[in-house]
Design a protein around this ligand. Structure first.
Ligand SMILES: [Zn+2]
Length: 312
């Protein structure tokens, strides 16, 4: 039997509002997706899938993962998983464990997309990112959506310490502070501990600052990997051995980063690049399929495509 194993990647289980990055799945659709998985697949813990990727029976094997550490993972997603009797792995950042504020991409979304044409500044926002000057118009919603895309694309490849000043400069330009909202609330120490105590739920690391590992110095990379593992293990009183590369795309990992992940004591690492898992899959290069806010039928069709090795 050919391998039909997949790792699914989720971020948030919450009602979709403004969601320019498509990271939220509604609780209703999530429950429907789990019932499709139960019917069609054998859902196993990520480590078990990685150790034995070949499906022996007729049913394909699937593991469920979540990135970042939003509060809804433990409060909404995990109870739906527990009710369905399904396991999952949660890759938590140090920022989410701390639980203060919001991720930079959520702040960026507020600072640009909460504006109205009346409240938006008339002069463009000018900033230098990685030595490149960027000038974005903010006067109309269309312009602000374009600005969001341009800033998001340029910031996500920078080091965390380069990103924060840009968000602060944008906040000053639009004369408001980035708010914290319910939708983007982070798990915090109590949330992570509660999640870790739900049967079937595994806590993994996603670095401290959601850092793009290849652009960091070796020392900073080592710190992100070691310290996040230690902080999480201390918080939950269990060892942490699973890891997912922040951002996860082709620029989010390289040979040095993979070596550093292994040296930090992790036994596996997930990417956000699409692919199926086979016996030959390197445990530090596990591909995943990103799940969108799709209903039962749409999700079932997505699964068909993924099992054929295609992105729908
Ligand atoms: Zn928010």
């Amino acid at each position: 039997m050919r391998s039909r194993s997949l790792v699914l990647m989720y971020h948030q289980i919450t009602e979709a509002g403004v969601d320019p990055s498509g990271l939220a799945v509604s609780p209703k659709n999530f429950a429907s997706q789990l019932s499709v998985l139960k019917e069609r697949c054998e859902v196993v813990p990520l480590r078990e899938l990685q150790l034995r990727s070949e499906s022996r029976g007729k049913r394909p094997r699937v593991a469920i993962t979540f990135d970042d550490g939003y509060a809804d993972n433990g409060e909404v997603g995990a109870p739906i998983l527990e009710a369905a009797g399904l396991p999952a792995s949660f890759f938590i950042t140090g920022i989410a464990l701390d639980g203060q504020g919001e991720f930079w991409w959520d702040s960026l979304e507020h600072l640009l997309l909460d504006l109205s044409d009346q409240s938006a500044p008339q002069d463009p926002f000018e900033v230098v990112i990685g030595g490149q000057r960027l000038r974005v118009d903010l006067r109309t919603l269309e312009a602000r959506l374009r600005a969001h895309k341009a800033l998001n694309r340029r910031l996500r490849i920078r080091r965390p310490e380069e990103i924060t000043p840009v968000i602060e400069a944008l906040a000053a330009h639009v004369s408001r502070e980035a708010p914290t909202c319910e939708r983007h609330r982070l798990a915090g120490p109590d949330g992570v501990l509660a999640l870790s105590r739900i049967p079937g739920m595994t806590i993994g690391s996603h670095t401290i600052r959601h850092a793009l590992l290849p652009v960091l110095s070796p020392e900073a990379r080592h710190h992100e990997l070691e310290e996040s593992r230690r902080l999480l293990a201390d918080a939950i009183g269990k060892p942490v051995v699973e890891f997912a590369f922040p951002y996860g795309g082709e620029d989010a990992f390289d040979h040095e980063s993979e070596v550093a992940v292994r040296e930090a004591g992790y036994v596996l690492a997930c990417r956000a690049v699409f692919g199926r898992v086979t016996q030959r899959t390197d445990p530090y290069k596990i591909p995943r399929a990103q799940v969108f806010d799709r209903d039962e039928q749409e999700f079932s069709a997505d699964l068909d495509s993924w099992f054929k090795g295609r992105v729908p």
